[in-house]
Each structure stands twice: as C-alpha cells, then as structure tokens.
Design a protein around this ligand. Structure first.
Ligand SMILES: Cc1cc2nc3c(=O)[nH]c(=O)nc-3n(C[C@H](O)[C@H](O)[C@H](O)COP(=O)(O)OP(=O)(O)OC[C@H]3O[C@@H](n4cnc5c(N)ncnc54)[C@H](O)[C@@H]3O)c2cc1C
Length: 408
C-alpha cells in the first residue's frame, strides 16, 4: 500500500467515494480513501436514495444533473449496479406563487437539456393517480430523474476508482491531521499517511476532526425520519412506477418503494442529534423514532395522498443528517490551509454527491471549479459563528423543508 499520496480523502460515504472516483477518472489515481468503518456507514446507508433534478437554487441544479450522470457512469465503469429507477418526479405547486416560480425555472432546465414540464392538476393526477390534486395549482414534472440504491452507488464509485488506480481503506479512522511543511500527515492506528492534498468528506464528524486545526465548522446533525408503508393494492395493480411527489404543503417527499410508499418528512420542529459530540462507538445505527413530532405533517400527507392513510406503516427509519446554517454543502478549499479541501455538510448528498465529486475534482486538478457556484464555497461562514446562531439557522432552514427560498 502506498502511504505517500497526492490526495487522501477522509470519509467513505457517497460524497467521499464520488470525489475519489472523479479524481481517479481525471488522472489523479494516486489517491487513497480512508473510512473509519464500512463504506456508507454514516448517513448514506439509510438514505432513501432520491436523486431529483428539481431544486430551487439555479447553480445547484448542475450538481443534481451531474449526480445521476456520475452514478450511471460509475455503474458502467465498475459493472456494479446502482439500481437506478427512472420514475420521474412531480413537485407540486401548493400555491399560485410556486407555480409562477416553476415557470421561471423552465429556462434553466432547457439550458441543461433536462426535460422539465409544467403540468396542470389534471395531468398531474394522470401521472400519479394517488395524489389528491383538488387543491394544487399544478406541478413541475422532471420525468428523467428518480432514485438509486445509495449503497450500490457508493460501491460502484469506489470500485470504479479502484480500477483506475485509487486505494480504498476501510476500518481505518483518521485520528488527527496536521500540516508538515508542504504536505499533510494523517494519523491512523495502522500508521500515518502523507498527502499533498486532503479532502474532508466526513459529514457531521468533520466539525470535531477539524477543531484542533482552529477551524470552527458549523456542521451539525439533525434527526430525519422516513416512513415505509405496507403494500398498497392500487400500486401493486399498476403496470408502471409512480413518479415521486414533493410538496411544500406537507413538507415531504413520497416515492414508490416496492408496492408501497416511502415518505421523508421535514418537520417544523427539528431535533438535533449528539450536539455534545458524536459517540466514538457510533456504528451503522438508526436513532429511536419519534412519530409524535411528525403528526401534523402526516395528517396533511393523508389529505394529499389518501392511499397513505389506508396503508399500515411497516418501517420507520430515523437517521442523522448533516446540516450547515444555510442548508447547502461546504465544497472547496479552506483558506490559509494549503491543500485542505472540504466536501462535507450534505443533506441531499445522494442527489448532489455525484455532481459534487465532479465539481471538486475539477477545482483541485484544473485550479478552478467546473462552474460558478459560490453559494457552496467552504469559506462562506467565516470562523467565528457561535453554536447558538448556527443551530438557530439550521432549525429554520430545516423547517422550511420544501418551501422555495425566494417564495417565502
Ligand atoms: C432517513 C434519511 C433519508 C435520506 N434520504 C435522502 C435521499 O433520498 N436523497 C438524498 O439526496 N439524501 C438523503 N438523505 C441524506 C443523505 O443520506 C446524506 O446527505 C448523504 O448520505 C451524505 O453523504 P456523505 O458522504 O456526506 O456523509 P456520510 O454518508 O455520513 O459519510 C461520511 C463518512 O465519513 C466517515 N468518517 C467520519 N469521520 C471519519 C474519520 N475521522 N476517519 C475516517 N472516516 C471518517 C464516516 O464513518 C462516514 O462513513 C437522507 C438522510 C436520512 C437521515
């Protein structure tokens, strides 16, 4: 094993694997990924895998678009399935104002060659007959997105990176890192690694890992629930997959899972997890569910999609999800830390991780990012944000859920 590398990536979730893959694909195969446990053992393994093209931030759409493309490319390069289900998605317009914004978004999707249609309530009903469309104004329809298996996609990226010469070391936590002249030293129990560049793709662990360097990263974990229903006979009888539904009224996304439904809820009173420090022995674990906090959202969901009320809940997953104060990831170089790059803070890391790897690898190798996306630059929060301010901001941005940022 080579312990003197051009790049060391810390963290083997979907984001770290994507960065490693893109670096190797662009010629920097002299790279190693270090993961404290098994690949995907953070938030990635329990994610719903939704990879939508819909998003209110114009530049972020390119990360969404790049992600599905990246996963399919890695599947092709590695022969490892990512289980992409191209169901399409419907983002409902709960208000007239939302519909007006959808019309404004259309041009952006045309520029990226992504099919994007505005559907009437009747057309929406035809596409997904489970939705009660009587009180919506229409929907934005992105027919070519869907969902992937997050574990399959991460393994495809890692395998493809390995084929291109990169190394993947599992069960090798990085205990500390420091700069020594022109390179970084990463300390691990199995020996040190020397690297010219380090990419921190360690999600909510990054805050503690970076603190000894004097960096105050506003990265915290909220709890996030997804619910999976029993089989629904109407879905079983259908000869096609239903497009996913996203809705600001309920503040949730719902997609087909087998012959049932899978709903991810952004509740109005989010709860944080492990603010006092991530437990050292945290494994591939879920957190105790708290359905009471979701009650008002579930009532609305049953209004919007009555079939959800008819089905029993088979499974509730509550997992930690990483947040920054504005809800966007931290991507790019850290100021005054030559060769230290961030790729952390992802709350839709399956939807954006593939594109984020492409974006960052271009920046590292070619000296400039693939496109202008200053809203994700890693230095935008400065170093002095108080924990209280960061948590209050995260509370607000999480609770906003599917609200459009410029429609509130
Ligand atoms: C219930 C639920 C459903 C979700 N559904 C979706 C969805 O449908 N679509 C979507 O886009 N997103 C979804 N998400 C969010 C998604 O899971 C995350 O955004 C994504 O997994 C983040 O990936 P990551 O690689 O940044 O982090 P992680 O997957 O958490 O990976 C970070 C890795 O770093 C490793 N690590 C940490 N510290 C060290 C160290 N010192 N040394 C070595 N390794 C280290 C960890 O072990 C971990 O494996 C969901 C989240 C939850 C909780």
């Amino acid at each position: 094993m080579n312990t003197d590398v051009r790049v060391a990536v810390v963290g083997g979730g979907i984001v770290g694997a994507s960065v490693l893959y893109w670096l190797a694909k662009m010629g920097w195969g002299d790279a190693i990924l270090l993961e404290r446990r098994e690949l995907t053992s953070g938030s990635t393994w329990h994610a719903a895998g939704n990879t939508t093209y819909f998003g209110p931030y114009p530049a972020m759409t390119r990360l969404f678009a790049g992600s599905i493309r990246t996963y399919l490319q890695a599947e092709n390069d590695s022969g490892h399935s990512i289980s992409f289900h191209q169901t399409g998605g419907l983002r409902l317009a709960a208000t007239m104002r939302e519909l007006e914004f959808f019309h404004l978004y259309k041009e952006r999707y045309d520029e990226l060659d992504i099919p994007f249609y505005i559907r009437s309530p009747a057309e929406t009903k035809q596409l997904n007959p489970l939705i009660d469309t009587s009180r919506i104004f229409g929907a934005a329809h992105t027919p070519t997105d869907g969902h992937v298996d997050p574990t399959g996609a991460t393994n495809a990226l890692a395998k493809a990176a390995r084929i291109l010469g990169a190394q993947v070391e599992r069960f090798r936590p990085v205990d500390a890192l420091y700069q020594n002249k022109d390179h970084w030293v990463l300390e691990t129990e199995k020996g040190n690694i020397s690297a010219q560049n380090v990419v921190i793709a360690a999600s909510f662990w990054a805050r503690e890992l970076m603190a000894p360097l004097g960096l105050n990263l506003p990265l915290f974990a909220t709890q996030h629930h997804e619910l999976i229903t029993e089989e629904i006979p109407r879905i079983k009888e259908m000869d096609r997959n239903l497009p996913a539904m996203r809705d600001s009224y309920v503040s949730c996304s719902v997609r087909q899972e087998g012959n049932g439904l899978l709903a991810g809820i952004y509740e109005s009173e989010p709860e944080f997890w492990s603010l006092e420090g991530i437990p050292k022995d945290f494994k591939e674990e879920l957190l105790p569910p708290n359905i009471d906090r979701l009650a008002s959202h579930l009532e609305r969901l049953c209004e919007r999609m009555p079939a959800f009320a008819e089905a029993g809940i088979k499974l509730v997953n509550n997992g930690p999800m990483c947040w920054t104060p504005d809800g966007l990831p931290m991507l790019g170089p850290m100021p005054n830390q030559n060769g230290l790059w961030m790729a952390s803070g992802f709350n839709v890391g399956i939807g954006t991780g593939g594109g984020a790897g492409e974006f960052l690898a271009h920046w590292m190798i070619q000296g400039q990012p693939l496109f202008d996306l200053s809203s994700v630059h890693a230095d935008r929060f400065g170093n002095d944000m108080t924990t209280e301010y960061a948590l209050n901001s995260i509370r607000k941005v999480y609770a906003r859920g599917y609200q459009l940022p410029n429609s509130i």
